[in-house]
Design a protein around this ligand. Structure first.
Ligand code: DGL
Length: 282
């Protein structure tokens, strides 16, 4: 595997761009490939088999473009597909985990809220986290149907988004949560509004930076960093590039990806697989 190869990142849609921002911050020299499977967002509504099939097809697409590592920038796809991806592909596969551990360390009230999709809250990973930490703190899981769609539409602060968030966040605060975990990669784009609704006494945290750090470590251990650091000094300065693909119409994807990436970018149509080409049977 060549260290100069790019890193592949994917999500059910544009939410994984919140993780891509952190990867870019931690790894300024890496070339990044991003796939938004927005035609099929939210994954939370789909069968486990569908999500696994899409995750494999998208990973193969990224690997065909020489990806040296894959980041599953989607909590739902992590729960449904990470085991299959790791058994199929030999390169580092980095996946999401809701930031429950840092929330447990942060809380003073002993009550934390977790905003996530229904599928993530019911999945093995979250059930394991719940079992591990629920003796120490009270964990309030809150499913948030509709939020992924608001972010996919680029509506980060409109009336409908605010009403949905008030409905999900206020009960957590009323029950005493002082720390709210964003357990879906779409939600960090709503963090300013969530913070506004929850109030300044509540910490709002996500795991994007931790995932970027984990990716850095895995690349370092595998001798796969694009630019090696020698005694703190980089041997070669190079600014990494980004390429974006979407399975949705370009007319809608281009402005939303540019809005969330905070720069005008060119987005290409994902040339693979549409829903009717793969199994949707669980
Ligand atoms: N960004 C995805 C996640 O982190 C959205 C979930 C979905 O598409 O259902 O789970």
């Amino acid at each position: 595997m060549n260290a100069a190869n790019p890193i592949g990142v994917f999500d059910s849609g544009v939410g994984g761009l919140s993780v891509l921002h952190e990867i870019r911050r931690s790894l300024p020299n890496e070339n990044l490939l991003y796939v938004a499977d927005s035609a099929h967002a939210p994954y939370g509504d789909k069968s486990r088999q569908f999500i696994e099939d899409r995750s494999i097809a998208i990973s193969e697409f990224l690997i065909n473009r020489q990806a040296k590592a894959i980041v599953v920038a989607c909590n739902t796809a992590t729960g449904a597909a990470v085991t299959a991806l790791r058994s199929r592909f030999s390169m580092p596969i980095i996946a999401m985990e809701p930031a429950v551990k840092p929330a447990v360390a942060n809380t003073r009230s002993g009550i934390i809220g977790v905003l996530a999709t229904r599928r993530t809250l019911a999945g093995d990973n979250f059930v394991r986290l719940f079992a591990r930490y629920s003796a120490e703190v009270e964990i309030l899981g809150q499913a948030c149907p509709g939020l992924v769609e608001q972010v996919e539409a680029g509506d980060l602060s409109g009336e409908k988004t605010r009403l949905l968030l008030e409905h999900y966040v206020l009960p957590l605060v009323e029950q005493g949560a002082d720390t709210i975990v964003l357990g879906c990669t779409h939600y960090p784009f709503l963090a300013p509004l969530i913070q506004d609704i929850a109030g300044p006494a509540v910490a709002v945290i996500d795991s994007a930076a931790a995932v970027a750090r984990q990716l850095y470590r895995r690349l370092e251990v595998g001798n796969l960093l694009a630019v090696k650091e020698v005694a703190g000094a980089q041997t070669e300065a190079r600014i990494g590039t980004e390429c974006f693909w979407t399975s949705n119409g370009l007319d809608s994807a281009q402005p939303i990806i540019s809005q969330l990436w905070k720069r005008d970018v060119e987005v290409c149509l994902l040339p693979i697989l549409h829903a009717d080409e793969i199994s949707t049977i669980d």
